[in-house]
Design a protein around this ligand. Structure first.
Ligand SMILES: Nc1nc2c(c(=O)[nH]1)N[C@H]1C(S)=C(S)[C@@H](COP(=O)(O)O)O[C@H]1N2
Ligand SMILES: [Mo]
Length: 421
């Protein structure tokens, strides 16, 4: 059967720089970058403590995919800030490389006939999973960090299962192509390419993969130009993204940060994820009638904010680091140690604590924290930040702050703590 006209015809793709060498340069960058994205993503999953039960677990059908879950540590306090900052920043920075890699292999996506043999069918299926998985993971990730929740169901679940499909296809792809990648990289010198302008640009020798154009057009860009274009794209994205994770003055450069670059002034002037208004919390709900309930071994204990303030106040310097990649520098929090509250509840050896907020039940309104998080002396039910009362948006009258905890588990507007063994 002859190939249909258009992109299925060998003569259709004419770029003189398309070929195994250029594909392999982009491939090498992704060979390093994708595993880092996968590992930091898998760590973020562990950091959410999904093994602590149904409340934390948005992926109850994970089965074996949760095999590696471990007690997420509280040291160093900036751990999640680092792993998730790397995950999000690297994901954004790799977008131009992924696009360039797809461009460089596009003739392969239009192979004719579509299937030649069983082995060829398997290879093409793995490519479908690879390209589909990559596009899916990058698109869901970027929509999430831009707070654009258009997917059916939860981002978290989609991104989690998508990651496993993608990494499986990635491993197969690397196993099939690694030899060719090494050979192709050895076929030309990078320094030679960097010294070659448009006029001297020649196609690579014909290849069995069908990347090199059979009927190349005259060059309009050198390989170094293509590399510079992609590199400049990645660098530009780095510059407008990284500031939201690094903080300090660099936040002013984070043009893509969906929460804006100016978190406000004063002691409460740092990033807010959901404002009180956004989740339906009014000042009246946390006014003079607000009480903290502490459940544990004995009868329920109830405290007013004044009573909590009369107890021993402790402080800690801790950041907030959100799954969306942004984080704050360390803030000075003070309030009650979770460990002291566990003792108040009669359960100094509590293995977990259920934290519930004033917010009506729903996403983010409650969470379970683990024993190691309760026992860290820097883990607080904070009443103050940077020397003043928490603002309503930062969780007044009381919020959780635990070192290395993903932001989402630092529940704001707390009203009940249930310690358990
Ligand atoms: N009750 C409640 N707590 C919450 C949230 C929420 O929506 N409701 N958002 C969480 C998320 S996703 C993050 S990143 C942090 C952000 O804290 P901040 O707004 O004080 O910076 O609060 C967490 N605590
Ligand atoms: Mo968050």
């Amino acid at each position: 059967m002859p190939a249909p006209p258009g992109p299925f015809r060998p003569g259709f793709w004419r770029s003189p720089i398309r070929g195994p060498w250029l594909t392999s340069v982009f491939g090498l960058v992704l060979l390093v970058g994708i595993p880092i994205l996968f590992v930091t993503g898998a760590l973020s999953y562990a950091a959410y403590n999904p093994d602590l039960g149904p409340l934390n677990d948005q992926t109850p059908d994970k089965g074996l995919l949760g095999f590696y879950l471990f007690d997420w540590p509280t040291h160093p306090a900036w751990l999640y800030r680092l792993t998730q900052g790397v995950h999000v920043t690297l994901g954004v920075v790799l977008v131009p490389v992924v696009l360039a890699k797809l461009w460089s292999v596009i003739p392969k996506l239009f192979e004719w006939p579509p299937v030649r043999s069983a082995a060829h069918a398997l290879e093409r299926l793995s490519l479908l999973m690879l390209v589909g998985g990559a596009v899916f993971e990058f698109v869901t990730g970027i929509l999430n960090i831009q707070l654009y929740y258009v997917f059916p169901g939860s981002f978290y679940t989609l991104h989690f299962y998508g990651a496993w499909v993608f990494i499986a296809a990635f491993v197969i792809h690397v196993a099939l192509k690694l030899g060719r990648l090494v050979r192709a990289l050895g076929s030309r010198s990078l320094w030679g390419e960097l010294r070659t302008g448009v006029a001297g640009t020649r196609p690579e020798p014909p290849d069995t993969d069908g990347l090199v154009a059979v009927d190349p057009a005259p060059p309009t860009i050198a390989r170094r130009g293509a590399l510079a274009l992609v590199g400049a794209g990645s660098l530009a994205l780095f510059v407008v993204t990284a500031g939201q994770s690094i903080g300090g003055w660099t936040r002013a450069t984070a043009l893509l940060a969906p929460h804006g670059r100016e978190p406000g002034d004063g002691p409460n002037g740092f990033q807010i994820n959901k404002t009180a208004a956004a989740v339906g919390i009014s000042a009246a709900m946390v006014g003079p009638d607000w009480r903290l309930e502490v459940h544990g071994a004995g009868p329920v204990q109830v405290f007013t904010r004044e009573q909590l303030l009369a107890m021993r106040q402790r402080s800690a310097q801790l950041p907030i680091a959100c799954v969306e990649g942004w984080s704050t520098t360390d803030q000075h929090w003070s309030g009650l140690r979770l460990a002291d509250l566990a003792a108040v509840a009669g359960l100094p050896d509590a293995t977990d604590v259920l934290v519930e907020s004033v917010q009506p039940p729903g996403p983010y309104s409650s969470v379970v924290l683990r024993g190691n998080q309760i026992r860290d002396p820097r883990s607080l039910l904070a009443l103050h930040v940077n020397g003043v009362d928490l603002s309503l948006d930062h969780g007044y009258p009381a919020r959780i702050i635990v070192p290395a905890n993903p932001g989402v588990n630092n529940t704001k507007w707390v009203r009940r703590l249930t310690f358990r063994t």
